[in-house]
Structure formats: C-alpha cells, structure tokens
Design a protein around this ligand. Structure first.
Ligand code: C2E
Ligand code: CA
Ligand code: CA
Ligand code: CA
Length: 277
C-alpha cells in the first residue's frame, strides 16, 4: 500500500500480483509461440558511410500472436531472459536467419545478417554446439553472420566472454559489441575481445546533433574504433543531419529509420532492389 514506507519492499501488493500474472501469461504464450510459428524476423538495412553501399542487415525478432496482436521485443525479450526461454528463442532466431541467408545466397543477394545474442545465451553451455548444429542442418555459412553481443553481457563475465568470442571467431563468425558506450566496460578490456565491430548505442545517435556530450562520446568511440581497426556502426539514425554529422565524426556504417525501417523479407528485398538501382 501507499503508506508502507520503508517496509514497502517486503509487502506483496495487488499490483505485484498483476505483474506476476502478466509475466506468467506471457511466458506460457511465448512457449506456444516458439513452437507455433508466431515468431518472425524483420530485417533492417545498414549502409556504409560515403559510398552508401548496402552493408547487410540486422535481423530483429517480431512476435505476432495468432490473435494478430503484436508484442514488441522490449516486452518479450526481457521475459524470455528471465524465464530461460531465451535459449530456445535465440536458437529459433538463428535458425530462421540461417534459412533466410541460404535463400538469399541462392539468389545472389550476398547474405550479411547481424543476429542479436542475449547475455543468457552467451552463458549457456550449449550455445556454441547449438549454433554448430543449426549451421550443419541448414547449410548456412558462419561468414554470413555478425553476432551482436551487448557490452554489459561481455563485461558480466569477461573471461567467459573472451573464450566464447574466440570460439565464435574460430568458427568463422564476426562479432559486434552492441549498445556500446552504455555499459561499464573498462576500455583496456577491449584488446582481449576478438571483435570486428562497435555498435554505438542509439541514445548517443539520437541527440548527437544537439548535445555536445553525445558528440564527444561518438567522436571518441570512432577514434577508438579507427585505432583498433574496427567497423563503427551508428544505430538509430533518423535524420539526414544526423547521418552527415555521424559520417564526419568517423562512423563507418549507418543504420536507422532514415535509411530504412526493420521490414519483413519481401519489403526488405524490394528495398534492396530500389537501393541498388
Ligand atoms: P537493439 O539490438 O539495440 O536493436 C535496435 C532497436 O532499435 C530495434 O528495436 C530497432 O527496430 C530500433 N531502431 C532501429 N532504427 C531506429 C531508429 O532510427 N530510431 C529508433 N528510435 N529506433 C530504431 P526492436 O526491433 O524493437 O528491438 C529492441 C531490442 O530487442 C533490440 O535492441 C534487442 O536488444 C532486442 N532484440 C530484438 N530482436 C532480438 C533477438 O532476436 N534476440 C535478442 N536476444 N534480442 C533481440
Ligand atoms: Ca542489436
Ligand atoms: Ca543496439
Ligand atoms: Ca539497444
């Protein structure tokens, strides 16, 4: 209740019960969704700065329930994380991406797909083995994928992350640090990670043109990326003004609504065809 004061932590309120019920409902529905084909991938294009060539895409999970209700990833990914369903979801996402990549490869659309890996997946003992078996089953090649791991997930257990990333790279995957700049990494750790890409969090992109701190942070990330010979992707680019500034600050790659929204496959292919034309 409102008057609980310092004892509030111990009290189990009706609101908390609602929250538990909601989570339980979502969990049950998500389990069904995983087996029932309700999870789909959308693809958001990336382009290189300067030459504006297509630089692949990011696969983003979408959940449309069979009642047609759309549930955004910011709602179901955290629940999947908390309930352990993320392992199955992550495998499904990679499998869908792998099948997609094979179809694109056969129509000469050079697959280059970034796939998100959650912290829980990274720690899972069968993570690597699951990826291997999906590659084997689908015939997809690891070089077609960049795996995006958040900065915080890497810093959670540095030793484990270093080891898993080394294995991924040995298999032929590329690895990106996602949401870079928002975590608590000490920069000295970067040299231990066998990564290819820094992905600047959209919180810096969104006010880079209006906030000098954000601009300074982007500038230091790009110079770090240059020094370490990494690709630097700016995500969440929404305006021409942002794109120009980010390019001049040294971002090598752009992703965001200004370039293209996340789209279902057919729209993505149409986007690619128009972009190339
Ligand atoms: P993220 O990996 O940082 O992905 C970028 C998010 O920013 C996506 O949201 C994308 O739609 C959105 N975005 C792209 N361009 C713009 C822009 O110009 N402006 C703004 N405001 N937003 C933009 P989405 O698809 O809702 O996904 C949210 C988060 O959910 C992702 O953040 C990622 O952390 C997680 N997620 C999505 N799909 C998966 C998945 O398959 N596996 C895992 N583990 N996480 C996923
Ligand atoms: Ca991402
Ligand atoms: Ca991100
Ligand atoms: Ca994010």
């Amino acid at each position: 209740g409102k008057n609980a004061g310092k004892n509030a932590v111990r009290e189990f309120t009706p609101e908390m019960q609602d929250c538990v019920n909601l989570r339980h409902r979502v969990q049950t529905k998500l389990r069904d969704a995983l087996s029932g084909g309700e999870i789909d991938l959308y693809f958001q294009p990336k382009i290189t700065s300067g030459s504006y060539e297509l630089a692949g895409c990011e696969a983003l999970a979408r959940w449309r329930t069979d009642e047609g209700k759309f549930i955004p990833p910011n709602e179901f990914i955290p629940i999947a994380e908390q309930t352990g369903l993320i392992t199955a979801l992550g495998d499904l996402v990679f499998e869908l991406a792998a099948e997609q990549a094979c179809r694109w490869d056969s129509i000469h659309a050079m697959p280059d797909i970034a796939v998100n890996v959650s912290p829980h997946q990274l720690r899972h003992p069968r993570f690597i083995a699951n990826l291997e078996s999906i590659l084997e089953r689908t015939g997809a090649r690891p070089e077609w994928f960049e795996l995006e791991i958040t900065e915080n997930a890497m810093m959670d257990d540095v030793e484990l992350a270093v080891q898993v990333i080394d294995q991924l790279v040995a298999m032929g995957f590329r690895v990106a640090i996602d949401d870079f700049g928002t975590g608590y990494s000490s920069l000295s750790y970067l040299k231990n990670f066998n990564i290819h890409t820094l992905k600047i969090d959209l919180s810096f992109t969104c006010d880079v043109t209006t906030d000098r701190q954000s601009e300074a942070i982007v500038r230091s990330i790009t110079s770090l990326g240059k020094g370490l010979d990494l690709r630097v992707v700016a995500e969440g680019v929404e305006t021409l003004e942002q794109a120009k500034l980010l390019e001049s600050l040294g971002c090598t790659t752009m992703q965001g609504y200004y370039i293209g929204r996340p789209m279902p496959e057919s729209d993505y292919l149409e986007w690619v065809a128009n972009w190339d034309a």
